[in-house]
Design a protein around this ligand. Structure first.
Ligand code: GDP
Ligand code: MN
Length: 389
């Protein structure tokens, strides 16, 4: 679960990380009042659960309350990466001498937290990471020892931080690590962490992601979930108990079991590559879980079809607890409800697969293909998607 900037900064403040707190406004008038109360120049900041707000015009400086109202009018309602801005954060503006990047996340391959720092913080950090990764200083943390002071010093030295700021920096990195661990975060990021005109280090932006699987022991954090601000597909999937992750290929995959879903994605991708299809491959990861009932399958299909990039659907079900006839009924129910306008390839195996196939055949639906093996199914889906393009 991703937290908004204002929520992340409130967490930072609890761990004594210097940051700019302000007021959340839902209307231009509220923005005006917030700016007036704060006094002096402010920044009006779109609160959406995505990065790149600055580049999209969602972060604007305002000298007066009138100007803050004007900027809020422009930002409220705008779309940033498909997400509508419903609220803005009004914070006192800082004067920036330098923008630094500081973050801690989990490095799964190394099986431990990883700190990253860069002197080239700010809006182009992704580009820095792509083009000159050596400008990002990395330090792995032993989870049993925590972040040691020498490691924070390594980071400070690596980014050529002026020596008089090292004390502040070490405190900040240590506090960020505590915040990361105490909240079961998967990411705690400050970008930019600025040196201001008073030579103070201040977190001007914050991004904290909490591990969904740990929310059961953080009731206060679970309450921070902003359903309105999350991508609609994610909310639908979570409420239906589906594990759904959007990818950028053209074949919607619906599979039961995470391992089978991974295999299905890999094979689909390989076959798309074999045919040299640009943009071919899985459009999503979707595990419908065990014992998927008809309505769950229908929800899953609607979810897949909501992506206009999807040109074919590959349904791969290995029946254990999940019964092939249930799945087949779900497919037909979904087809009746939403109308499936792309070819669909179905591969059923395991419990009641035979009954399932029979239900599908008897429904006699055009554009519904069946396949005996996964490889055959993936091949048919890839070619059907290519034909549809
Ligand atoms: P993001 O683009 O979504 O990461 O939003 P940020 O909160 O990081 O803001 C984007 C950029 O706006 C920053 O990199 C800064 O250059 C600028 N910015 C943000 N807050 C302030 C501020 O208080 N004062 C000044 N001068 N610039 C700011
Ligand atoms: Mn930022």
């Amino acid at each position: 679960m991703n937290l908004h900037e204002y929520q992340s900064k409130e967490l930072f403040a609890k761990f004594n990380i210097p940051t700019t707190l302000g007021k959340v406004a839902y209307t231009p008038e509220e923005a005006y009042r917030a700016a007036k109360e704060i006094g002096g120049p402010v920044v009006v900041k779109a609160q959406v659960l995505t990065g790149g707000r600055g580049k999209a015009g969602g972060v604007k400086l305002a000298q007066t309350p009138e100007e803050a109202e004007e900027k809020a009018t422009a930002i409220l309602g705008m779309k940033i990466k498909d997400l509508t801005v419903h609220k803005v954060l009004i914070v006192p503006a800082a004067t920036i001498k330098q923008e630094i990047y500081l973050a801690v996340t989990n490095d799964r391959a190394a099986r431990r937290p990883l700190f990253m720092a860069s002197a080239a913080g700010g809006m182009d950090i992704e580009q820095v990471n792509r083009e000159s990764p050596e400008k990002i200083i990395r330090e792995h943390v032993d989870p049993f020892l925590g972040l040691k002071e020498y490691q924070a010093r390594n980071l400070a030295a690596g980014i050529h931080l002026p020596h008089e700021l090292w004390g502040q920096f070490i405190q900040m990195a240590t506090a960020l690590y505590q915040c990361f661990v105490a909240n079961d975060a998967t990411l705690a990021e400050i970008n930019p962490l600025v040196i201001d005109d008073q030579n103070k280090l201040v977190a001007l932006d914050g991004k904290v992601s909490i591990d969904d699987n740990a929310l059961m022991r953080h009731a206060d954090l679970a309450q921070l979930r902003d359903v309105q601000a999350e991508p609609a597909e994610e909310t639908t999937a979570r409420q239906a108990g589906l594990n759904f992750i959007k990818l950028d290929g053209n074949i919607g995959c619906m599979v039961n079991g995470a391992g089978l879903a991974m295999t299905t994605m890999d094979i689909t991708k390989d076959i798309a590559a074999k045919y040299g299809i640009e943009g071919g491959g899985p459009a999503n990861f979707l595990d419908v879980g065990g014992g998927a009932k008809a309505d769950k399958v229908a929800t899953a299909l609607r979810l897949i079809l909501s992506d206009p990039k999807v040109k074919a659907i590959l349904l791969n079900i290995f029946g254990g607890i999940t019964r092939g006839d249930e799945v087949a009924r779900g497919v037909i129910q979904a087809m009746n409800e939403v109308g499936i306008n792309v070819p669909m390839v179905v591969r059923l195996a395991g419990t009641n697969a035979e009954e399932g196939r029979k239900i599908i055949e008897e429904a006699n639906i055009p554009n519904l293909l069946s396949a005996a093996t996964l490889v055959e199914a993936a091949e048919k889906a890839v070619l059907a998607a290519k034909g549809a393009n």
